[in-house]
Design a protein around this ligand. Structure first.
Ligand code: F6P
Length: 342
């Protein structure tokens, strides 16, 4: 069998480990793995090449994706889905493994309904994909963000300042909550619960009263203020899936805190630093297991299914159940972190 593999959406530590796992399992069963270039764009252009053992044998430690990625959406072009099917035929592909988040797997789900032989692998540092307890990349991003918070603390403490650290998390505050708890944040904001900047200032004043000379506030990029409490500007740039380019709420919060408390407050936006780099051991293992299982799904003809982590087992779930809705942060974890807000 000739199996195509593509990576779509934002890059993520562990993508290469999935490709490596899939490659070796495919090879073991006499199949060929074809690397499709730049996500769905590669299938719109019939752009791909067979992966060789020397391409994949050392990539488990490498961040990003060796086959490239994009946010191309074939359903945005009238003949896009047809083109994908024609090109799969042209390239001699019997099946496809799509590795991505909600957008990439949403496309895979629609294509499966049109009869395309496709299975999915869930990826996103945001950890907001349904039906899987964790997506790979999240653990690495949390470790990177935690280390950044640890470093920022040195400046905060030395300069008697507040530091706002903005992390990724468009719709869900998983990274903010986990890195915030691990990094001993003094306040955390998440998209799931609109914040009141006055409550952040109250916590900071309390912390000063009890002798703490700095505060660290971890902010998820998708955080929003409670209506009427603070003015924020809307993002303008929109991608092929209709998502606004985020980033900047941390600066707005820092300015407002400084204005209201009179304490010097600075902001660091971690941005793409938390999306790149060497995957953690947890992510390498999860990605490898996902890659191996994806080839098993192909072998079983389980089209329209996605690999997932449930109770530490790798299982198959319908793509239909996983896409189009979000796995929001569990509020028990977030609420527990509030014990430190003040
Ligand atoms: O990978 C998910 C994510 O990191 C979001 O948290 C973020 O908003 C988005 O990707 C930004 O990605 P890009 O700027 O590459 O489109």
């Amino acid at each position: 069998m000739k199996i195509g593999v593509l990576t779509g959406g934002g890059d993520c530590p562990g993508l290469n480990a999935v490709i490596r796992g899939a490659f070796f399992n495919a090879k073991k069963h006499g199949h060929k793995l074809i690397g499709i270039k730049n996500g769905w764009a590669g299938l719109m252009e019939a752009n791909g090449a067979p992966l060789k053992i020397e391409d994949v044998q050392h990539i488990i430690t490498k961040g990003g994706t060796i086959i490239g990625t994009s946010r191309t959406n074939p359903f945005k072009t009238p003949d896009g889905p047809k083109k994908v099917q024609e090109n799969m035929k042209k390239m001699g592909l019997d099946a496809l493994i799509a590795i991505g988040g909600d957008d990439t797997l949403g496309v895979a789900n629609k294509l499966a309904k049109l009869g395309v032989h496709v299975v999915g692998v869930p990826k996103t540092i945001d950890n907001d994909l349904c039906c899987t307890e964790f997506t790979f990349g999240f653990d690495t991003a949390v470790n990177t963000a935690t280390e950044a918070i640890d470093r920022v603390r040195d400046t905060a403490e030395s300069h008697n300042r507040n530091m706002v650290v903005e992390v990724m998390g468009r719709h869900a505050g998983w990274i903010a909550a986990y890195a915030g708890i691990a990094g001993a944040a003094d306040y955390i904001t998440v998209p799931e619960e609109p914040f009141d900047v006055e409550d952040i200032c109250r916590a900071i004043r309390e912390q000063r009263k009890r002798g703490k000379n700095y505060s660290i506030i971890v902010v998820s990029e998708g955080s929003l203020p409670k209506e009427g409490t603070m003015k924020v500007e809307d993002g303008k740039e929109v991608d092929a899936f209709g998502h606004v380019h985020l980033g900047g709420i941390g600066n707005a919060i820092a300015q407002e805190i400084e204005k209201r408390t009179g304490i010097q407050t600075r902001c660091d936006i971690l941005g793409y630093i938390q999306r790149g780099g060497v995957p953690s051991a947890f992510d390498r293992v999860l990605s490898t297991r996902f890659g191996i299982k994806a080839v098993e799904l192909v072998r079983d003809g389980a089209w329209g299914k996605m690999v997932a982590l449930q109770a530490n087992k790798i299982v198959a779930v319908p793509l239909e159940d996983a896409v189009g809705k979000l796995k929001l942060l569990d509020m028990e974890t977030y609420n527990a972190s509030k014990v430190f807000f003040g």
